[in-house]
Design a binder for this molecule. Structure first.
Ligand code: FPP
Length: 230
């Protein structure tokens, strides 16, 4: 493992710019997503190399259902083939795979592939990769609050935090959104209260180890005060 001083424990990534990457080259949007999967694989390797413990990828949002059926099916196909390989990066490197969001509306074979790999990797602890699938930050909060209402007690901030889909992992220290857009787009809204945000001007399919290290160096310069004094 390559040691860099003070790396984030949890990185959360909004993988933006796949469509623009493809359009710029006269290619269909799904080829941008396909190349985006290679960037996911590179990033997971970088997480292993630099000792990141948790990495969450925003792979499909609650708003992405508004896209064409062709694009949605293309993203599902990419996900399915990425997690269905026998010798995949998770098994080979002892990486735990988990997911957040509501996967019920996903195709049955995709849900099965996901659940199988989650089951196979559940005791791995080198790195935890979280795929956000049919995930929305507001939806996460609403579902958490509804769970708590059923318990009938007065609730506090911690109760909500623990009832979110991310209840058993730490809040993200560092959020990266590629492509230059500076929005949160309904990602981990409650969990990002004190995250450091970073917006590199690179389309997701081009994101590589060099960009990753540059991001880590930017993080190291941040002075996190969590609302207190420095
Ligand atoms: C955002 O770019 C990207 C997505 C909505 C989908 C990302 C999905 C993948 C990379 C495939 C998932 C697979 C794995 C293994 C996690 P955009 O399409 O909004 O780009 P644009 O803003 O340039 O149009």
């Amino acid at each position: 493992m390559t040691k860099l001083l003070k790396v984030p424990n949890h990185i959360a990534i909004i993988m933006d710019g796949n469509g623009r990457w493809a359009t710029k080259r006269g290619l269909p949007r799904n080829l941008g997503h396909k190349e985006g999967v290679n960037a996911v694989e590179r990033t997971i390797k970088s997480c292993l190399k630099y000792g990141i413990r948790y990495c969450t990828f925003f792979a499909f949002s609650t708003e992405n259902w508004k896209r064409s059926k062709e694009e949605i099916d293309g993203i599902f196909d990419l996900l399915r083939s990425y997690i269905s390989k026998d010798n995949n990066i998770f098994i080979e490197n002892q990486i735990k795979l988990s997911s957040i969001g509501v996967i019920d509306p996903f195709p049955d074979d995709l849900k099965k592939a996901l659940n199988d790999l989650k089951e196979k990797t559940k005791n791995f602890d080198k790195l935890e990769v979280v795929f956000a699938l049919n995930y929305g930050g507001r939806d996460d909060i609403v579902r958490a609050v509804n769970k708590l209402i059923k318990q009938g007690n007065e609730i506090n901030e911690k109760d909500i935090l623990l009832s979110l889909d991310t209840g058993d992992i730490p809040e993200p220290d560092f959020v990266i959104r590629t492509s230059g857009e500076q929005r949160l787009s309904n990602f981990l809204l409650y969990q990002m209260a004190y995250s450091e945000l970073y917006f590199p001007k690179v389309y997701w399919p081009d994101f590589n180890e060099k960009h990753f290290v540059k991001a880590l160096k930017a993080y190291q310069k941040r002075n996190r005060r969590f609302g207190g004094l420095s």
